[in-house]
Design a protein around this ligand. Structure first.
Ligand code: BGP
Length: 461
């Protein structure tokens, strides 16, 4: 094969408990903020569809694992639902949840699929949100306790763990742009949330190391976007640098280097946005870095200097410091409205090599969301050639990065099966497998057949 990948490359896909499991009120599960928000304001969700059924993975995981094996997955990432395992966020453990996660993990392993387990994918237990969620240090401690419980329960079989998926999202979507619960718009509070998740991560990693999980590795999954300035003009370059500080380095630096970027701290100080910190945090963050980094890549950010000064009476936002612009002639994912720029993944991976000690990493999410995908149905199969092209395009750049020495261990598509997505429900279809919303039947798309070959050949032509 022309594009051959390293031996034992991780071929697979990613999802999360809230987006797949369903059974949101079954077997003693407590409520997460998503279950609660859906009950309270269903109109917030696309077509009024919430996470209560999702793909019904809770009941159908065996069938799904069979299909994963069929299409050549050797690894699969999902998350544990905190509110299923510990319904109130702290305290009593739900034994039915322990059984479910044990069975699901065993099923993956028995089929030769390495389970990658993520502890948190946007789904704060409601009881903890009631006391302030990530803004409250008690919730930091509750998270560490929850992490410890998971390591103790499943650490003998799960080797690859993640503290979070995209921890910036609960901060920015929940507290800055007001699009996820608790839909607040307050930059300073968002920064406190972000900061506290970093502290919680360091504490959880410390516990992980103390427990000496056998051959275990712990990482974090970050949504990274290369930020490209419109021109070499110093004002554009500066704007891009600030966007990069906020959206990439804010989590990347503390997770991988063990400290926040000086420039970010200075900027926050200047605008009176510094979070509340505690004495020992600095040392904790310094001493408890991640072993492995998951990179979620969808599209770049293109940035230029501000054309108009922000209104000083409007609440401060990251966009006070830069404007977005659309590059003329860019290729769009017409089905999702996101720019397709495959080289972006290469730029990210090279940067991790050059500036972040070539940390062990993998592409933990990349994918193409398509609306009304049934229109591509032919002979009973969704002919998603556009998805195959999309994956190939990215894999070629990943391959080049590996050839140039980047420490990339795998590629996971978002996602295995068309799953439920936050406020978008089933609008954008991403899966290798198509989901019939009425029957919950699963059918392989053309890309699934293609992936099977790629994984068998460990590459493609
Ligand atoms: C990522 C999240 C996923 C998933 C994906 C697709 O940021 O980690 O959970 O939702 O984006 O996004 P969407 O479904 O909104 O198109």
């Amino acid at each position: 094969v022309k594009y051959e990948f390293p031996k034992d490359f991780w071929w697979g896909s990613a999802s999360s408990a809230p987006q797949m499991e369903g059974a949101s009120r079954e077997d003693g599960k407590g409520m997460s903020i998503w279950d609660y928000w859906y009950e309270k304001e269903p109109e917030r969700f696309f077509n009024g569809i919430g996470p209560d059924i999702a793909t019904d993975f809770y009941h159908r995981y065996k069938e799904d694992v069979r299909m994963m094996k069929e299409i050549g997955h050797n690894s699969f990432r999902t998350s544990i639902s905190w509110s299923r395992l510990i319904p109130n966020g702290v305290g009593k453990i739900n034994s039915k949840a322990v059984d479910f996660y044990n069975d699901m993990i065993d099923e993956l392993i028995a089929n030769g699929i390495e389970p990658f387990i993520n502890l948190f994918h946007f789904d704060m237990p409601l009881e903890l949100q009631k006391i302030g969620g990530w803004e409250n240090r008690e919730v930091v401690d509750a998270y560490v306790e929850y992490a410890k419980t998971c390591f103790e329960l499943f650490g003998d079989k799960v080797k690859i763990w993640f503290t979070y998926n995209e921890p910036i999202v609960p901060a920015e979507a929940g507290y800055l742009y007001g699009v996820h619960y608790p839909n607040i718009v307050d930059f300073k509070r968002a920064i406190q949330v972000a900061y506290n998740t970093i502290v919680a991560q360091a504490k959880a990693i410390k516990v992980f190391k103390e427990l000496q999980i056998k051959n275990g590795k712990i990482g974090v999954i970050l949504n990274l976007s290369p930020v490209y300035p419109r021109s070499n003009h110093p004002a554009d370059v500066k704007a891009a640098k600030i966007a990069d500080l906020f959206f990439n380095r804010s989590f990347l630096d503390p997770s991988v280097k063990g400290k926040f970027p000086r420039e970010l701290v200075d900027l926050l100080r200047e605008y009176n946005l510094l979070p509340y910190t505690e004495e020992e945090d600095k040392e904790l963050i310094r001493d408890n870095k991640v072993d492995i980094l998951g990179v979620n890549y969808y599209q770049p950010k293109r940035v230029k200097a501000k054309e108009h000064l922000p209104n000083p009476y409007s609440p401060i936002m990251p966009e006070w410091f830069f404007d977005y612009y659309e590059m003329p002639g860019r290729r769009m994912n017409i089905y999702r409205g996101w720019e397709i720029y495959e080289k972006g993944i290469y730029d990210l991976l090279k940067r991790l090599k050059d500036e972040y000690g070539n940390i062990t990493c993998f592409v933990s999410e990349n994918g193409m969301g398509v609306q009304d995908e049934e229109r591509f149905l032919q002979n009973g199969i969704i002919q998603d050639d556009y998805r195959i092209e999309f994956i190939k395009g990215h894999l070629k750049w990943i391959h080049k990065a590996i050839m140039e020495g980047c420490n990339v261990k795998g590629y996971h598509l978002w996602t295995f099966i068309d799953n439920w997505s936050w406020t978008n429900a089933y609008k954008n279809r991403y899966g290798f497998i198509s989901l019939d919303l009425k029957t919950r039947n699963r059918t392989m798309k053309k890309s699934a057949y293609w992936m099977k070959e790629v994984s068998k050949n460990n590459g493609f032509n």
